[in-house]
Ligand binder design. Structure first.
Ligand SMILES: Cc1cc2nc3c(=O)[nH]c(=O)nc-3n(C[C@H](O)[C@H](O)[C@H](O)COP(=O)(O)OP(=O)(O)OC[C@H]3O[C@@H](n4cnc5c(N)ncnc54)[C@H](O)[C@@H]3O)c2cc1C
Length: 413
């Protein structure tokens, strides 16, 4: 068995793989062109929810496909100049918008999510990161009875997966969050779910725990890979180096390396944006809310109230498109008393997503000593620790705690 592993990408997924491998006795190098957790893993909504199990390919989307394609709804914005290269992904995605597929993929997601949140709880204690933790659950809010009914299948998936949740009427929701404006008619509390007040800081605390126990973090930009008789030769902007084993965790930037190795790109990039507000004087939001009809999440964070947007489906490197967030902001004001906007420019991140919303976790289908951990879509912060654990099991040849065939790299590569 190899004793030394290099992990490429120090987002939450790479950091988690590095930590899990280190705990199995490997000498681990974690390599990134930036500091740990400074890309997509920094600017998300910070939610670690047992309800983070809903595949995006939901049959409920079919009835509003025309609206989505015309960019009429705020949760989704398609960049038309990029439509042609996206078509194969979109066709696979739409073909999965079936009840049976939705429930099956959701069940696979649920195993990952609950195992990962349990690991987060341990790691947060070990990393002394309790100050970043909010344990008040997540509140899903509906402005109309119709939109509540539209989410029926999602609630069925939660029931089947034993995700604890409580249906609330508007009054009960206002008792939990008294400063919400009185525009909601129904709510669902995802009890026991957690959220993080500063996801970048959580990544940095986990990375520090890795460093404190002998792990090495290297700042370098990966340029290419070459398979050798002894493992891999890695070329970065700093050096050419040999490593016996590699784990690729480069999120939205993974396709470049996949292409060099002869694998097709299975990902679409769902860009997402956030901005931050101060709460109006004397008001407080104590847990993240998801305003379903207005398509945003607002989460109380160390730096203020972070408002995150839905999906902007486009090429990874096109210019930011501020329209989706701009359309959402007036609706946020309808729901909660806000003071100044604290960011001058919105933050932008890139969710790497497969048509089934499940990540790729496992050995490379056509190469030795190479493992993949990418494609964590909307759930990467939640799923980091279990991804690390599963990768460590694969590398050690240990039995997995549950079937992970739903995440097999061979399903799309
Ligand atoms: C708006 C928004 C809200 C979200 N909300 C949530 C949420 O509430 N809960 C949740 O669980 N998830 C959420 N997510 C999803 C989550 O943020 C991602 O799934 C997760 O961050 C992906 O982690 P990662 O480690 O795969 O990728 P990243 O964090 O993007 O890490 C990839 C790393 O690879 C490095 N890299 C890339 N190219 C190179 C190169 N050539 N050389 C060296 N290094 C390189 C990058 O610098 C980066 O650090 C949200 C995402 C967005 C955009």
């Amino acid at each position: 068995m190899t004793q030394s592993v290099t992990v490429l990408g120090a987002g939450i997924v790479g950091i988690s793989c590095a930590l899990a491998l280190q705990r199995r006795g490997f000498q681990v190098r974690l390599l990134d062109r930036r500091g740990p957790g400074e890309e997509t893993s920094a600017g998300n909504a910070g939610i670690l929810s047992y309800s983070n199990i809903t595949p995006l390919a939901n049959p409920a989307l079919l009835s509003r496909l025309h609206r989505l394609l015309l960019n009429r709804d705020d949760d989704f914005r398609l960049h038309y100049p990029h439509l042609l290269p996206l078509l194969p992904w979109l066709l696979r995605f739409v073909s999965r918008c079936r009840r049976k597929t939705f429930l099956r993929d959701g069940a696979a997601m649920s195993l990952l999510t609950s195992a990962s949140i349990e690991l987060h709880k341990q790691w947060i204690l070990q990393a002394r990161a309790q100050d970043l933790l909010n344990q008040g659950g997540i509140l899903k809010l509906y402005r109309s009875r119709e939109s509540f009914l539209c989410d029926q299948l999602e609630r069925e998936l939660m029931r089947r997966s034993a995700v604890r949740h409580t249906l609330l009427d508007a009054q009960q929701a206002y008792e939990l969050e008294p400063d919400l404006k009185r525009i909601f008619v129904q709510a669902v509390l995802i009890d026991e779910s957690l959220s993080i007040r500063d996801p970048e800081q959580l990544c940095k605390r986990y990375a520090q725990m890795f460093i404190d126990t002998g792990g090495e973090v290297v700042r370098a930009t990966v340029q290419s890979l070459r398979e050798t008789s002894a493992g891999w030769e890695l070329t970065t902007d700093q050096a050419v180096e040999a490593t016996p084993a590699l784990v690729i965790c480069m999120g939205a930037w993974t396709p470049g390396l996949l292409g060099q190795l002869g694998y097709a790109n299975p990902l679409a990039i769902e860009r997402g944006y956030h901005t931050v507000f101060a709460a109006a004087e004397g008001v407080e939001l104590t847990r993240p809310i998801f305003d379903v009809d207005a398509s945003y999440v607002m989460a109380p964070m160390a730096a203020g109230l972070r408002v995150t947007s839905g999906t902007n489906l486009t090429h990874r490197e096109t210019r930011p498109d501020p329209r989706q967030l701009a359309r959402i902001i007036p609706r946020v004001h309808e729901a909660f008393p806000l003071a100044a906007e604290l960011l001058r420019e919105p933050w932008m991140g890139r969710r790497p997503t497969l048509p089934d919303t499940l990540p790729v976790i496992g050995p490379a289908p056509r190469h030795e000593n190479l493992w993949f951990a990418f494609g964590h879509s909307h759930m990467g912060l939640t799923l980091g620790p279990i991804t690390g654990q599963l990768i460590a099991n694969f590398i050690c040849g240990d039995e997995q705690p549950f079937s992970v065939t739903a995440c097999a790299p061979s399903r799309h590569l």
